[in-house]
Design a protein around this ligand. Sequence first.
Ligand SMILES: [Zn+2]
Length: 361
Amino acid sequence: MIKFLDNKLFRYLSVFLFLNSSILPVKSSSALAAWAINTNGVLELRTKSNTNLKAYFQKANQISGDRFWVDFPGELKNPRTIKGNGPIKEIRLGKPDKGKTRLVIEFKEETYLKPLTWRMVGLDQNRWRIKLFKPKYSFKKIGEGLVEKKIVNIKANQHLIHKKKNNYGYLKLPEVKRNKFEVVIDPGHGGPDPGAIGIGGIRETDVVLEISKMVKNLLSEKGVKVKLTRTNEVDLDLPPRVSIANNMDADIFVSIHANASRGKRRDINGLETFYYRGWRGRLLAKRIQKQILRVSPGSPDRGVKQGRFYVIKNTRMPAVLVEVGFLTGRLDARRLEKITHRRRLAYAIAKGILEYLDKVG
Ligand SMILES: [Zn+2]
């Protein structure tokens, strides 16, 4: 038996897995979601995210022809054999051991393969491909399920989040003196400027507008007067955002944004909050940053930082700019797509603001 994955690839795989280290429960269902062998001889696999695959090749013997197989975590429900064509004799899906799934491709005896050149390549977190033979063999595509369908399976992660957060403590917002405070919330970008564009086309302007409106509602319920710099998709320059806050002499100004990394790197995730000057701005940033991190487990704390952004530099009251995550990051984007997570972030921002107002007044 030759374990054909070479060292180089293993390094790639282990980096990949390190960044996405989540472990499937032993008794989970099969991590194999779909597979196809295309007419060009490429085997494509779709798995649950973060799946650790093992692939093997065995030369023909008296009992069977050349065989290639891939083992997946999770147990297969229905073992089955599918008739092949061209160079492929048959494909078998089985469970070699409890809690495992094995996809076996058995080749016809006369087939000439070069398994030493084979490389299994991870296309993204849940898709894999490997070229098995050249298209000189006439071959009709075989497969089950949709390999292209990009279902991101994060159930395992979500359960973890739920376990950690099942007290819903973030839903409890502190009380402040009613009708005393005025807050300006500034949803970044808008109109022709969508801000960052992330994975799957998710747009910063949409994410931050929704969160901002939620923050407004939460604060209003606590008797805080809130002004949004924009309430829909309009083109709003930076100076008017600042003058809204300065003219009404607001107590604080909070600009809400979502990040994008250079080169749209999916491994860059995290939250950060900026202030420009003063201990009040810094305190407000710290309170908000602490709360948004609590509802974003696993996403890095990029810290409270000084930043020279126009809107926080030119507003006269304590002002912060919050980055609620990276739309280009695998972890953050998945969450920011969801209304449940946006709501949690809104609670977190509202909580940070209320704590600040209660303390500093
Ligand atoms: Zn922005």
